[in-house]
Design a protein around this ligand. Structure first.
Ligand code: NDP
Length: 460
């Protein structure tokens, strides 16, 4: 007779949890997964997927304008927010269904409700009397938006609510300078909302290559976003149906909607982990080793709750590696050192490997290749948007350490370039690759001149 109800109990049916549950079940483990909201998790339900659909929607305003340069008369255009939201919801329902079916097909039992950890092998589900036992517990509960504690913060929304707004606001203020803030500022602006973005430091997108940060701020400003650095809200007041914001410089602003995108915190509050002996870090993240094992032998964690690299494909890889290692008899660790990523800002950005600043810190001699140009399409459309590409090369070994791209399709390009960089390709191997013409990406294999200009470091 089995000692436990399940071999594996997964808390959270998001990207990492679902992958781990399915693979473990495929290896023959008896698996259950508990989800308190909707199967699919942040990425599918209220993150990457609906966000990208909104990005597509918001691009049409530029596309209609561009079309004129190619001889098209587009005529009067009109955008209906409710149509977008309901069509997006339908697609998310479809994906949610696929996730549920895939879990069921793999033999994973899905339990609706919030699970908390009682001890190393015991789980309690809200509203269920009986406690559940499992040989191992996988914590894959993700993260939740962080909101600073300022007067009136209850009037602000986060990306969670942005996907379900009843009406598209006429004016919006987006707070923050990371992935979500730049992506949503672009979405709102493209949909015709008067958009302001506030970032508390001197230059947003901290941690990205300084050239990308500079250029993105210029391009977003050119598109009409009122981008304010060194700016933050100290209080929000709701009066006469409007929100009145007081900024750190004393300025006051009226708007219809304030969206905070000021980071996310691991969802461990009230989960019972510390009581069960699981070590948590400063931000509440589950501290894990390279096999995603926590300080309690039977409790593992993957994805954003571990605050390693908070990206869906990383969570999926961590979940898969956990299942392969624990249930598949393989020894699989996830390499977090090179992670290609795309930011669906407008213009889009793609990046892999080291930034110039990181490379200069870690290597004696670094060669920089960079180019900025107007893409061919923009010659007829008259769009002034620039495309930018930058290669960072270790001068000694000729290895390409980092690639940073801004421009249309940057996310698609960086996925392929990520293979080369992960393989350790050299600049000579980039150059030996025949260019695809006419594309913007051909610049990546045709840049010959080393960048000579002095390095200007953006202040952090
Ligand atoms: P980020 O951590 O990327 O950015 C948070 C931003 O908020 C930073 O600019 C930060 O400033 C600022 N901030 C933090 N605290 C405060 C505060 N108290 N007051 C004012 N500003 C503050 O978080 P996001 O919310 O943008 O995204 C969360 C995660 O989701 C990211 O880690 C990312 O990995 C993931 N994501 C990935 C996407 C993709 O792959 N395309 C898309 C969306 C999200 P400072 O820099 O000064 O600390």
């Amino acid at each position: 007779m089995a000692e436990y109800d399940y071999d594996l109990f997964v808390i959270g049916a998001g990207s990492g949890g679902v992958r781990a549950a399915r693979i473990a079940a495929n290896y023959g483990a008896k698996v259950a997964v508990a989800e308190e909201y909707r199967v699919g998790g942040t990425c599918v339900i209220r993150g990457c997927v609906p966000k990208k659909l909104f990005v597509y929607a918001s691009h049409f305003s530029d596309d209609f304008e561009d079309a004129a340069g190619f001889g098209w008369t587009v005529g009067e255009t009109k955008f209906d927010w409710k149509t977008l939201v309901s069509r997006k919801d339908k697609e998310i329902d479809r994906l949610n269904g696929i996730y549920i079916r895939n879990l069921e097909k793999a033999g994973v039992e899905i339990i609706d409700g919030r699970a908390t950890v009682k001890d190393a092998h015991t789980i309690q589900i809200d509203g269920h009397e009986r406690e559940i036992t499992a040989e191992r517990i996988l914590v894959a509960v993700g993260a939740t938006p962080f909101l600073p504690d300022i007067p009136g913060i209850e009037h602000a929304i986060t990306s969670n609510e942005a996907f379900h707004l009843e009406e598209l606001p006429r004016r919006v203020v987006v707070v923050g300078g990371g992935y979500i803030a730049v992506e949503f500022a672009g979405i709102f602006n493209g949909l015709g909302v008067e958009t302001m973005q506030l970032y508390r430091g001197p230059l947003f997108m901290r941690g990205f290559d300084d050239d990308l940060r500079d250029l993105l701020s210029e391009e977003m400003t050119k598109k009409g976003i009122d981008l304010r650095m060194n700016s933050d809200i100290v209080s929000i007041e709701k009066k006469d149906g409007e929100l009145h914001l007081t900024l750190n410089d004393g300025d006051t602003i009226s708007t219809d909607c304030v969206m905070y995108a000021t980071g996310r915190v691991p969802n461990t509050k009230g989960l019972g982990l510390e009581e069960a002996g699981v070590k948590l870090g400063m931000a509440g993240e589950v501290v894990v080793d390279e096999y995603s094992q926590s300080s309690v032998e039977s409790i593992y964690a993957v994805g954003d709750v571990t605050d390693r690299a908070n990206l869906t494909p990383v969570a999926i890889r961590e979940g898969h590696a956990f299942a392969d290692t624990v249930y598949g008899g393989k020894d699989v660790k996830v390499d977090h050192s090179i992670i290609p990523t795309a930011i669906f800002s407008q213009p889009e950005m793609g990046t892999v490997g080291l930034t110039e600043a990181q490379a200069r810190e870690q290597y004696d001699e670094v060669d920089i290749y960079k180019t900025a140009f107007r893409a061919l399409k923009n010659t007829l459309s008259d769009s002034q948007e620039r495309t930018f590409m930058k290669l960072i090369v270790d001068a000694r070994s000729d290895k390409v350490l980092g690639v940073h791209i801004m421009g249309s399709g940057a996310g698609e390009v960086i996925q392929a370039i990520g293979i080369a960089v992960t393989m350790g390709a050299t600049k000579a191997q980039f150059d030996a690759t025949i260019a695809v013409h006419p594309t913007a990406a051909e610049e990546l294999v045709t840049m010959k001149e080393k960048w000579q200009a002095p390095v200007i470091k953006a202040a952090d």
